[in-house]
Design a protein around this ligand. Structure first.
Ligand code: AMP
Ligand code: FES
Ligand code: ZN
Ligand code: ZN
Length: 320
């Protein structure tokens, strides 16, 4: 198959767009499209400073590469979680982020979860109730807290993550199955900061399929970690992704149209009653209080979930 724009061989055929492109025109198209999405959803401007959360995976490193090519003021942040999985997952991904930044002369901030909390994520999961057999919930809580704090301390205007269309559609599907209107109302390419302890969150890759991201990383020669987090295995998200891949195989474009129709419905105000525009309100319209310890938001008065977890760890440390 030939490229739509030149006589070269196409490296990817995007059936949902009826578009095949070569190794030169495909990455160009990805960069142009990202710029379009940034403007369409009013994510950030060239005058603003953006912090990209990089995990060492293909999506977040490609996002950093795209924003860098577009000339945005963009630094990276990597959170070292202390996950090994028998193959040095955290160490390997950190090394790849550092190499990526060094090759382009970009600034990477590295924060270690164990420096912040005193324990690695698997240790934290083992000592708190929350973790049960999987550390994913404590990991998510810790990552969100650290990312907000680093972005606020560095006075960044927006925090960008590498969530792609497949990620967003899996979340959308899960929230729709449960009719979780609070989460549905909050799911968006751009989430304004609704509390002084939060920063604007943006997802510039939310309209790209995972296979497009993989192809982009490949043609750009970006070295990334192929392995998923060892704890992701057997997760509900992966199950939903498998189901949705089956749907996409039968009906090309199904994921994209599901997501875009959801965004259009939201624009028309479908979930507006559950997520009023006012600052200081969380999803569901509940009042956001301020954590007396870290200044972050919390729906219950008193310490936020992260500070409560850290307190608990300290209490347990005193007892032993
Ligand atoms: P995940 O929740 O693992 O699918 O990751 C979603 C997004 O969160 C990634 O695309 C990154 O932008 C960000 N992220 C995940 N892990 C890390 C990490 N260890 N450090 C910084 N950002 C991360
Ligand atoms: Fe946090 Fe897997 S990345 S538990
Ligand atoms: Zn071409
Ligand atoms: Zn707190």
């Amino acid at each position: 198959m030939k490229c739509r724009k030149c006589p070269q061989k196409a490296v990817i055929n995007m059936r949902q767009h009826k578009l095949a492109l070569c190794a030169v025109h495909f990455p160009q198209w990805m960069v142009e499209q990202t710029q379009r999405f940034i403007q369409k959803y009013r994510m950030f401007t060239p005058e603003e400073r953006v912090l990209v959360a990089v995990s060492g995976g293909k999506d977040s490193l490609s996002l950093w590469d795209i924003l860098w090519q577009l000339g945005y003021q963009v630094d990276g942040v990597y959170i070292s979680l202390g996950i090994d999985g028998g193959f040095g997952y955290s160490q390997k991904s950190q090394a790849l982020c550092e190499k990526f930044a060094a090759q382009r002369g970009l600034k990477l901030i590295v924060v270690s979860a164990s420096d912040q909390v005193g324990l690695t994520i698997p240790e934290l999961a083992a000592v708190t109730q929350r973790g049960k057999d999987k550390p994913c919930s404590v990991c998510g809580l810790t990552k969100r807290h650290i990312l907000d704090r680093v972005a606020l301390e560095g006075k960044y205007d927006a925090l960008a993550t590498g969530h792609n269309l497949d990620d967003e559609v899996a979340v959308l599907f899960g929230n729709t199955l449960n009719w979780n209107v609070g989460y549905l109302s909050r799911q968006s390419p751009v989430l304004p900061a609704r509390h002084p302890g939060l920063v604007r969150k943006v997802k510039p890759l939310c309209r790209f399929y995972e296979r497009e991201m993989a192809a982009y990383a490949l043609v750009r020669g970006i070295e990334y970690i192929y392995e998923e987090c060892p704890h992701a295995e057997g997760s509900t998200t992966i199950y939903y992704k498998t189901l949705l891949n089956q749907l996409e195989a039968d009906r090309p474009g199904a994921k994209l149209s599901f997501y875009l129709a959801f965004l259009r419905a939201k624009e028309k105000g479908l979930f507006a009653q559950f997520f009023p525009e006012e600052e200081g309100l969380g999803a569901g319209g509940e009042v956001l209080h301020t954590c007396p310890n870290c200044g972050g938001p919390t729906t219950l008065e008193g310490l936020c979930a992260f500070c409560r977890m850290v307190d608990k760890v300290h209490e347990m440390g005193k007892q032993t």
